[in-house]
Write a protein that binds this ligand. Structure first.
Ligand code: PFF
Ligand code: NA
Length: 455
């Protein structure tokens, strides 16, 4: 079965097969891999947590990634409308559009705090370029770099300036369109990112306590595994693969009918996992070498790595490259976080792309202030014992994404008809049969047991 490509203006199809992989991998690989994964692995004791995370990627991450990319390519619309179109085509009933609408809300909310953390990266890039970690005669220790990080969080002005700069860059790219904006950006940014990562892990292996890091990340001690750690691992599997947030459905809607959903999904999940593990293996050798605390929390990379950049040869150069890499990774993900809302506004309200992007940018900025202030003037836990930032993180990764992933699996397993799955996978029975089993039983069971069981 061939999908009509001309049902959509040609301008909205990715140029080549590789471009889609770049865009989807650009969405997946982000702060989740290089900032969040190392610090939550550190907080949750390493090995056993990493193992649960890897199991989640295999058992529901990859199947759901295939589902979303495939649905996007078939629906050729925004996330909400894709659920509606496919539901109508299947002849089944139910308000499935809500699942797509909630996914758009999820990406919107994530974007509001993502730009704040990306702002930290930009700030660190700025001070590294300016040589603040390389002042001659200065001796850096963790109290100095820790103090710098605390000062950043204590300053609403600095946080706002850098998150706004980041948001405006994202706006610039998204408003330029799929081909001229997103495609051009990811095509050179993703390969550069991989190259930088290889460079950095090489340094870490030679200069850090590599074996301690390997032991920490891969030696599973299940006594350290708490129920909360399992919930965090499940949420993170959704977050890191950009699932249940409309991004993959929206990007999939620009995918050429000639590319394979299965191969692409495997490539994207493989790259994402590899980058997360490489980031862990870059950061933890240095953490152990310098006697830092693996469970230091969100400040882990910002407090630990400057120590290294302060005393290694060419530290300023390496530091600049490292924060540049974080920035690039964050940017390609932020683009994909803005796109679901923009595509929805364009199609639903017939707004021009620029207007849709402008509206999204302005309102997301307002919401982002909640995260900014929760780091300083509102830092008392006022939302169910969490700050605004922590509550937003928990709501998106652990509630909305888990529920959305479950709903997506049930939709594909029970609503979609045989001919739709055939269209999704080019009639390949060897994929359709296991895919249906995964969507009907494996994914729902896995998600319910791991996400609800611990509660
Ligand atoms: N996958 C991104 C990361 O790991 O940083 C975060 C993300 C991007 C989540 C896009 C959701 C999304 F729609
Ligand atoms: Na990721």
């Amino acid at each position: 079965v061939i999908i009509e490509e001309n049902s959509k203006p040609v301008d909205r199809i990715w140029r080549g097969k590789i471009t889609f992989v770049m865009a989807a991998a650009g969405s997946a690989v982000g702060l989740g891999n290089m900032w969040k994964f190392p610090y939550i692995a550190g907080e949750n004791g390493g090995g056993a947590f990493v193992l649960v995370y890897l199991a989640c990627i295999l058992c529901f991450g990859i199947p759901l990634l295939m589902a979303e990319i495939g649905m996007g390519r078939m629906g050729r619309s925004n996330a909400q409308n894709t659920f509606r179109i496919l539901r109508r085509e299947s002849g089944s009933k139910g308000p499935w559009g809500v699942v797509g609408a909630l996914a758009i809300v999820t990406s919107y909310l994530i974007l509001s705090f993502y730009i704040v953390v990306a702002g930290w990266c930009l700030y660190y890039l700025w001070i590294t370029v300016n040589g603040q970690f390389n002042i001659p005669g200065q001796i850096l220790d963790k109290s100095v770099t820790g103090g710098m990080f605390d000062n950043l969080l204590a300053s609403p002005q600095t946080l706002i300036i850098f998150s706004v700069v980041f948001l405006l860059i994202t706006f610039g790219i998204v408003s330029s369109g799929i081909k001229n904006g997103i495609e051009k950006t990811v095509n050179w940014m993703m390969p550069s990112l991989m190259l930088i990562l290889v460079l950095l892990i090489g340094y870490s292996i030679r200069n850090g306590d590599f074996s301690a890091a390997v032991h920490f990340l891969f030696n599973a001690d299940f006594h350290k595994l708490t129920l909360n750690a399992i919930i965090v691992a499940v949420g993170h599997s959704f977050f890191t693969l950009s699932l249940a947030s409309g991004s993959m459905i929206t990007y999939g809607s620009y995918m050429s009918a000639k590319s394979s959903v299965v191969k692409t999904s495997l490539a994207v999940a493989g790259i994402d996992t590899l980058v997360a593990l490489t980031a862990g293996l870059t950061i933890f050798p240095l953490v152990f070498e310098h006697g830092l605390e693996p469970g230091a929390g969100p400040g882990l990379v910002f407090i630990s790595l400057p120590l290294l950049f302060g005393d290694m040869p060419y530290g300023q150069l390496f530091g600049t490259i490292f924060f540049l890499m974080l920035f690039v990774a964050a940017l390609t993900s932020a683009i994909s976080l803005m796109e679901p809302t923009v595509a929805w506004l364009e199609q639903r309200f017939f707004l021009s792309r620029t207007r849709a992007a402008l509206l999204t940018t302005l309102t997301v900025w307002l919401v982002s202030l909640g995260t900014v202030f929760s780091l300083n003037i509102w830092d008392n836990p006022m939302f169910f014992g969490k700050t605004f930032f922590d509550a937003l993180d928990y709501l998106t990764a652990n509630i909305l994404m888990t529920a959305g992933g479950l709903a997506t699996a049930l939709f594909c397993g029970y609503c979609l008809k045989e001919h739709q799955l055939e269209q999704m996978f080019g009639g390949n029975r060897a994929v359709i049969v296991p895919f249906r089993i995964a969507m009907r039983y494996v994914v729902p069971l896995f998600v319910v047991v791991l996400a609800i069981g611990p509660i």
